[in-house]
Design a protein around this ligand. Structure first.
Ligand code: ADE
Ligand code: ZN
Length: 324
């Protein structure tokens, strides 16, 4: 199974670039930019990676992301992930970035987006990996701040395929961002939103009805509402599920209790993704393997996840057909 998964051509749809910041690169960039980290060694940093919930993770993730300051830093981060994609046989990836983490502390939007897009272009030219860039709004900030960020993204319309919504879910429902998502859709961006990771099934309905999203990120709490599961099946609205992340953040006790295979069997368009692999202890192949082993899946069942990801991607129908 391990060999089968490694060799399987895969598509990733839920990956935060800042979540690929490996401890080694974090220390290198901290030194390069004279940032003092509150950890004396890579080992003590890794020892802090014990998250009892989403907020505990986000606190560490935002702190780590502050070592990223120059265009070259964002390039190096992105290109390191693309090299990993090559090793893992990921042929297409749609990646998130969180510009507001960086603009809030004085790094210009152009520095962030410039470095990321230059690496994505080089990744396609040198490694043959195609990609889409998704700009997320931080949902714990205001909608006005999201609108300001959207205005900056419009200048990169050719480089950004979609907007998304991430960060602290509880207390920040999708409805808070209804206007900015309407503006984004009217400008021609696709839309996605994290919903139903820690938040209830109502947050998933909010993403569907208020934000009119093309995909739901996580969405695992849909199982609490049978009508919602029926809706997802009927409309084939994709879920980008992140199994190892969900276990690390205590959304599920362990992989054996995860609902992804249940959802697959019910006909939901579920996909497997890695979320923040530098923090959650596994890139895409390890997420596939954990699910395959826990549920004793056949190769055919495992391949369904990869077929679903092609279907759920923002690639053109023509390109999807070439990959199927
Ligand atoms: N930002 C990075 N990873 C995230 C996650 N799993 N949920 C919400 N926001 C995030
Ligand atoms: Zn995520």
């Amino acid at each position: 199974m391990k060999g089968f998964i490694s060799g399987l051509p895969k598509v990733e749809l839920h990956l935060h670039l800042e979540g690929t910041l490996e401890p080694e690169l974090m220390f290198t960039l901290a030194e390069r930019n004279n940032v003092i980290l509150p950890y004396s060694s890579i080992e003590s940093l890794k020892a802090a990676y014990q998250f009892h919930d989403l907020q505990a993770f986000l606190d560490i993730y935002y702190q780590g992301a502050l070592v990223l300051q120059t265009e070259q830093d964002f390039y190096d981060l992105t290109y390191a992930y693309l090299k990993r994609c090559k090793e893992e046989h990921i042929i297409h990836t749609e990646v998130f970035f969180d510009p507001q983490i960086h603009t809030q502390t004085g790094t210009p939007f152009d520095t962030v987006t410039g470095g990321v897009t230059r690496a994505l272009k080089d990744g396609e030219a040198n490694l043959g990996i195609t990609s889409g860039l998704i700009m997320c709004f931080l949902r714990d900030l205001s909608e006005d701040e999201a609108i300001e960020t959207l205005k900056q993204a419009i200048l990169y319309k050719d480089d950004i395929v979609a907007v998304g919504l991430d960060s602290s879910e509880s207390g920040n429902p999708p409805e808070k961002f209804e206007r900015v998502f309407a503006m984004a859709r009217n400008t021609g961006f696709k839309t996605v939103a994290h919903a139903g990771e820690e938040g209830s099934a109502d947050y998933i309905w909010g993403a569907i009805n208020a934000l009119k999203v093309d995909r739901i990120d996580h969405g695992v709490r849909c199982s609490d509402d049978p009508k919602l599961v029926d809706y997802l099946v009927e409309h084939q609205l994709p879920l980008t599920v992140c199994p190892l992340s969900n276990v690390q953040l205590n959304v599920f006790d362990d992989i054996a209790h995860h609902n992804i295979v249940d959802l697959l069997k019910q006909g939901v368009l579920v996909t497997i993704n890695s979320d923040d692999p530098a923090y959650f202890g596994g890139y895409l192949n390890e997420n596939y393997l954990a699910v395959a082993e826990a549920f004793d899946l056949t190769k055919q069942e495992v391949a369904r996840f990869s077929e679903n990801a092609i279907k759920a991607s923002f690639l053109s129908d023509e390109k999807k057909q070439l990959l199927q």
